[in-house]
Design a protein around this ligand. Structure first.
Ligand SMILES: [Ca+2]
Ligand SMILES: [Ca+2]
Ligand SMILES: [Ca+2]
Length: 373
């Protein structure tokens, strides 16, 4: 026994990376694959009872009840068939703030109207194994094969916030009358709040393809946004502000950007990543399982295959920790569970996996639970 323990210690020491762990929680982090054989799980969302709801891009919404090992597929009754192509399909998901009472789910999905690629946000009601009684909240958001945005988040103000991509039409991002390349804000039944800045659902503009959206406990709203080959961004979202695209990439640091920035009150990102990571889902950690992560931003990335924990109070390289890298392939979403654990969804069946690294693996896609050893 003593020998075996010594041997294990030896193996452990031999396996230590050359550099020390980048995050205090890393040494005691337990990673458990809890669901396998999924197809591009896109958005994870927890009900108060701990049930995990998630979308798969070409399929439907599924629910994993607490204590279960298999997810149940819900039958999706939509007014228009899903438009599944490129990055488009069934994407964002949010549960009603009073979900236990209302059984309302909100989704953002792609559809076509006489060959025009569009996206819409709808409310559905869970009833038995069905998602039914679709109420369309925002219709005809310009869509494309790529840049469809579609992340959802409820604010403490009771309004639903929606990220929209620019549908690969750069001119739409600066046009405050277009729903593309924006963060939108609407009432839970689709109304336009009186204090919206442009008398329409637009809350902020000048976005390219925001793929993450999350509120912090102090009410601040953050987004992650795909840049081109440079300048992925993390943004603090403030009413009516211009986030620069396509005139500004990342910070207002180039000569041609500076004039535009000062003339248009451009909001610079908190963080810009060059080369890009393909930043995806974000959440804010407010659980008790990982005290070091308190109020920090959790972020996953597709291309870089990384999970970051970022202190937004001072988001420099010291405070932007890479906790998981190059282990599970492309990472699409991250979500805090009610028990303080953290769930991450892979995206290796989205057609962009790195086959030289063996992705997609046989069991892809998967959902991983991070907890304490
Ligand atoms: Ca989510
Ligand atoms: Ca920007
Ligand atoms: Ca710049």
């Amino acid at each position: 026994m003593k020998y075996i323990v010594s041997l294990m210690l030896l193996v452990l020491v031999a396996c230590q990376p050359a550099t020390p762990p980048k995050d205090n929680n890393q040494a005691e982090l337990k990673e458990t694959v809890i669901l396998t054989d999924l197809e591009v799980p896109w958005d994870l969302s927890f009900a108060p009872d701990g049930s995990l709801y998630f979308t798969e891009r070409a399929k439907t919404v599924s629910v994993l009840a607490p204590g279960e090992t298999e997810a149940k597929l819900l039958e999706l009754e939509l007014k228009s068939p899903l438009r599944v192509e490129g990055e488009a399909g069934l994407m964002g998901l949010a549960l009603d703030p009073d979900f236990a009472e209302t059984a309302y789910l909100y989704i953002c999905y792609s559809y076509s109207d006489s060959d025009t690629a569009l996206n819409r946000v709808s409310r559905l009601t869970e009833s038995g194994n069905r998602l039914t009684a679709e109420l369309v909240l925002v219709d005809a958001i310009p869509g494309g094969v790529g840049h469809d945005g579609c992340r959802l988040a409820f604010g403490a103000d009771g309004f639903l916030y929606i990220s929209t991509g620019n549908a690969q039409e750069d001119t739409l991002s600066q046009d405050t009358s277009s729903l593309a390349g924006k963060i939108l804000r609407i009432g839970p039944e689709g109304s336009i709040p009186e204090d919206n800045p442009f008398d329409n659902p637009v809350w902020t503009y000048g976005h390219r393809n925001p793929q993450g959206l999350a509120f912090a406990a102090d009410g601040k709203l953050y987004s992650s946004e795909h840049g081109p080959a440079n300048d992925d961004e993390i943004n603090l979202i403030e009413k009516g502000r211009n986030y620069g695209w396509p005139e500004v990439e990342g910070f207002c640091d180039l000569e041609r950007e500076k004039a535009f920035c000062s003339n248009n009150n451009v909001a610079e990102p908190l963080i810009a990543y060059t080369p890009t990571l393909a930043v995806a889902g974000i959440d804010i950690y407010t659980g008790s399982m990982f005290p070091d992560w308190q109020n920090k931003l959790l972020m996953v990335s597709l291309k870089a295959s990384e999970f970051h924990v970022i202190d937004l109070a001072q988001p420099d390289s010291e405070n932007d920790k890479t906790v998981i890298a190059d282990t599970y392939g492309r990472l699409r979403d991250v979500a805090l569970a009610p028990d303080g654990s953290v769930y991450i969804a892979t995206s290796n069946r989205d057609g962009r996996a790195d086959s030289s690294q063996g992705f997609p693996k046989e069991n892809d896609d998967v959902i991983i639970r991070l907890s304490k050893e």
